[in-house]
Design a protein around this ligand. Structure first.
Ligand SMILES: Nc1ncnc2c1ncn2[C@@H]1O[C@H](COP(=O)(O)OP(=O)(O)OP(=O)(O)O)[C@@H](O)[C@H]1O
Length: 444
């Protein structure tokens, strides 16, 4: 049963639409329903519609949802929809212009080339390869492209020369080249009359430029959904600013706020709401749970990572025994941290169920039970200290809001033999510390 606000968004057939929404409020669901409604009830030509998702996996899931939802509805034109990431759709359009598009370097090839150049310049790796690649991505996430920081200037120039000599592009070049060839694209490619973008809070400046270019070239209608509180790709130049800007450009009646969370039980929503209130730069919006269940939300601390891993393993075992059909995820801030806890948990016990994800890769997903591990300040697993506290808080918020019924937060007081301090975000959630013995609570 849709809420009134969801119904208004789904059935809107005129003008631009901006949907600003809280976690679990049905952004992706509403976008999918909206497009089905659009195709069923209006003369919209599916070939003139483009839907942008943030990852290839999200594009595949959206396609699957659309096809399964419309199987019995007589919508036959779905195959004509263009669904993909900004990069994939820009690449396809460049190919359609007849422009000679060179092969794009895969990540391993790109890192190999960078490593060779860094080695020749006497830099050490692997930290610098990652840092260089991120610096280049960030520079090219704006339009026109920004200069890279001075530290990387010489090596970045050499990398660009070497790449050109090989006759290759890298991933970041796709959007830069796209923006450089708008005139030919406008005439050679089937117009995009309706552009829909999911996860709009993770748009960067060059992607926003592409949205604006579509509007200039083809007067494209725009439908975007996003949650500024879930903007977590600042290191790639993403900013929640464009969601605000899209909303500001819209007449007030065309911006909608979805505030009812259909995913998480009450305590989880209450704790996450408390946390995100601490961010200053955000669109203030209500956030309430639709669930009639209290749910479970608890945190505890451990002497060290080994003890934490043992606690998590016991919890997983208990969950497996008491709630065998529940989906479970174990989340950590970084991949290295995840690997460390997975190894420790695996060593403690062979039988470990659940999916293991970083906070970033948990985005857009949901599980019945979520265990957030290694919740400390100044996380030693981060290669560079976190610069943007608000983005770190958003990451923690994304992790917490993946849970449907039970959320456990866990903090080791020593990491890699050094003292670690409990994450300040835990206090901000207003959760009270639970003794280790009763941490499992909900499943005991
Ligand atoms: N009106 C509704 N009634 C019942 N369930 C709903 C309703 N709208 C959405 N849902 C369910 O709520 C859950 C969250 O929906 P969805 O994944 O679309 O949210 P989202 O806003 O994209 O989430 P997030 O941004 O946190 O990833 C899904 O399980 C979806 O089926």
């Amino acid at each position: 049963m849709w809420t009134n606000m969801q119904t208004r968004v789904i059935t809107k057939t005129q003008g631009n639409t901006v949907v600003v929404a809280s976690p679990g409020s049905g952004k992706t669901t509403v976008l999918t329903e909206h497009i089905v409604h659009q195709l069923r009830t209006t003369e919209t030509d599916a070939g003139s519609v483009m839907i942008i998702t943030y990852t290839r996996q999200a594009a595949a899931e959206l396609k699957q949802r659309l096809f399964s939802q419309t199987r019995h509805l007589g919508v036959h034109s779905l195959h004509a929809l263009r669904i993909g990431t900004f990069h994939a759709e820009a690449f396809r359009m460049l190919l359609q212009t007849g422009f000679k598009v060179p092969p794009v370097l895969g990540t391993n090839e790109q890192y190999g080339l960078m490593r060779r150049i860094l080695h020749e310049q006497g830099f050490s790796e692997p930290v610098h390869v990652t840092a260089l690649s991120q610096a280049l991505t960030k520079a090219k996430s704006t339009w026109p492209t920004l200069p890279v920081p001075r530290k990387y200037g010489a090596v970045a120039a050499q990398y660009e020369t070497a790449k050109r000599a090989l006759g290759r592009w890298d991933y970041d070049d796709i959007l830069v080249e796209f923006c450089s060839h708008l005139t030919v694209i406008q005439t050679a490619v089937a117009p995009v009359r309706y552009l829909l973008v999911d996860e709009f809070q993770d748009t960067n400046a060059i992607q926003w430029e592409i949205v604006r270019a579509f509007q200039r070239m083809w007067s494209s209608r725009l439908f975007v959904v996003g949650d500024d509180d879930q903007s977590i790709y600042g290191f790639r130049g993403a900013s929640p600013r464009w969601l605000q800007e899209a909303s500001d450009l819209n007449p007030p009646g065309d911006t909608f706020v979805l505030s009812t969370n259909f995913r998480s039980d009450e305590k989880i929503v209450a704790a996450a709401s408390q946390l995100i209130l601490h961010n200053q730069q955000r669109i203030v919006k209500p956030f309430e749970s639709n669930s009639t269940e209290e749910g479970w939300c608890a945190f505890t601390s451990w002497r060290n990572e080994d003890e934490e891993a043992e606690g998590v393993t016991q919890l997983l075992q208990r969950l497996y025994d008491t709630h065998p059909v529940w989906s479970v995820a174990i989340l950590a801030r970084t991949r290295r941290q995840l690997l460390a806890s997975w190894t420790k948990a695996g060593r403690a016990q062979n039988h470990v169920n659940g999916e293991w994800h970083t906070f970033h890769s948990s985005k857009g997903r949901e599980w019945d039970a979520v265990i957030v591990t290694g919740a400390v300040n100044d996380n030693p697993y981060l290669r560079e200290p976190a610069e943007n506290e608000e983005e770190e808080r958003r990451l923690f918020y994304v992790a917490m809001t993946r849970a449907r019924h039970a959320l456990w937060i866990s903090c080791p007081r020593r990491i890699q033999k050094a003292r670690a301090k409990e994450s300040k975000f835990i206090e901000e959630t207003k959760l009270l510390r639970v003794p280790r013995k009763t941490w499992q609570g909900r499943v005991d």
